[in-house]
Design a binder for this molecule. Structure first.
Ligand code: NAP
Length: 309
């Protein structure tokens, strides 16, 4: 698969799952002349060099960013502002800065103030991931047929910068949509953030139980619990930052979740089988809708591919 070059030079800052998958997808599509990369730890930089991740791995963010037409911040949400501040003085005039953070409003608030006026800012969020992290976890197919949401910052909606970034994500296999930052954060609180917190909680509950039952929870774990454990294995730093930076929307959804849980709890206590049946019938229809939209398969893995390069 190879298309026209979208950018001459792209810099990836942070070399984990998302950046490494971007690199392999960019290579697969022949989308960029040169991709430079930087990660804060020497260990990650050495791993990247060893596996050929990026055309050039640099020892500083400034070196990676120098001369780049597109800079993508691929670090945890809480680290975005600091990185933006660090690279701001070396950004090329007319360059585009983007990110892949799972939360958008707080990233815009943290990054935008550091960027010079002659640089475009087009925040983005690819809705794709696995529970794995680090430079060796990426693979070229991660974004195939998944959504990438662009959130052109209110202050800068330069159409040319937005359409080039759209072309890059489409070239990497993604479907692209545009959304307002607050709406993005609410949608993701429902579809991703609250479910992750619930999975973390469920595994935490089972862990307490396990102490009582001496590993029976693990030994006899059925698919439901195993799927929760896969989600609950996601990177702790990334998810801590997601919750701290999408507080309002996540708490709103968790409040609604708790209310519904109480209703179901009461239905069980009262033996209200009709209520339970109707409720589960409705949720089953949502699941069918997701599969019909091509966003998951029947395999019980929460849509996460276990595939690696
Ligand atoms: P990851 O695999 O854990 O990689 C994170 C990278 O960021 C590593 O290179 C790490 O450097 C660097 N980093 C961590 N803390 C940093 C700090 N304080 N300052 C500078 N660099 C730092 O993470 P990921 O899954 O690729 O996630 C990256 C971003 O994508 C996050 O903002 C996340 O919200 C977003 N995202 C993730 C997913 C997902 O499912 N994983 C999906 C969509 C979007 P070292 O290796 O040197 O420590």
């Amino acid at each position: 698969m190879s298309g026209p070059v979208v950018y001459d030079r792209v810099a990836l800052i942070g070399l984990g799952l998302i950046a490494s998958s971007m690199f392999w997808a960019i290579k697969r599509g022949g989308l960029v002349g040169e991709v430079t990369g930087y990660a804060r730890s020497q260990e990650t930089r050495e791993t990247a060099r060893r596996i050929g991740l990026c055309d050039r791995v640099c020892n500083s963010a400034a070196e990676a960013v120098e001369g780049a037409d597109l800079i993508v911040l691929c670090v945890p949400v809480g680290a975005m502002g600091g990185v933006a501040e660090e690279i701001a003085p070396v950004l090329k005039s007319g360059a585009t800065v983007s990110d892949v953070g799972s939360v958008k409003r707080s990233v815009i608030n943290a990054v935008a103030p550091h960027l010079p006026d002659d640089v475009h800012f087009v925040p983005a969020h690819p809705l794709a991931g696995t529970e794995h992290s680090g430079p060796e976890s990426g693979f070229a197919e991660l974004y195939d047929n998944r959504w990438c949401i662009l959130v052109p910052a209110e202050a800068d909606t330069d159409p040319e910068a937005v359409s080039r970034l759209r072309a890059l994500w489409e070239g990497m296999g993604a479907n692209v949509d545009e959304m307002d930052a607050d709406h993005h954060d609410l949608v993701l609180a429902v579809t991703s953030h609250a479910p992750h917190l619930i999975a973390y909680t469920m595994v935490g509950v089972a862990d307490h139980l396990r102490r009582v039952t001496e590993s029976e929870v693990i030994k006899y774990s059925a698919a439901g619990f195993r799927d929760f454990t896969r989600i609950a294995a996601s990177d702790p730093t990334m998810w801590r930052d997601v919750f701290l930076n999408n507080k309002e929307a996540t708490l709103d959804i968790l409040g609604r979740f708790t209310e519904e849980l109480f209703v179901l709890q009461r239905a069980i206590r009262m033996g209200d089988g009709d209520h339970l049946y109707e409720y589960f019938n409705r949720t089953r229809a949502i699941r069918r809708g997701i599969i019909e939209a091509g966003q998951d398969t029947e395999a019980p893995n929460f849509g996460r591919s276990a595939k690696k390069p």
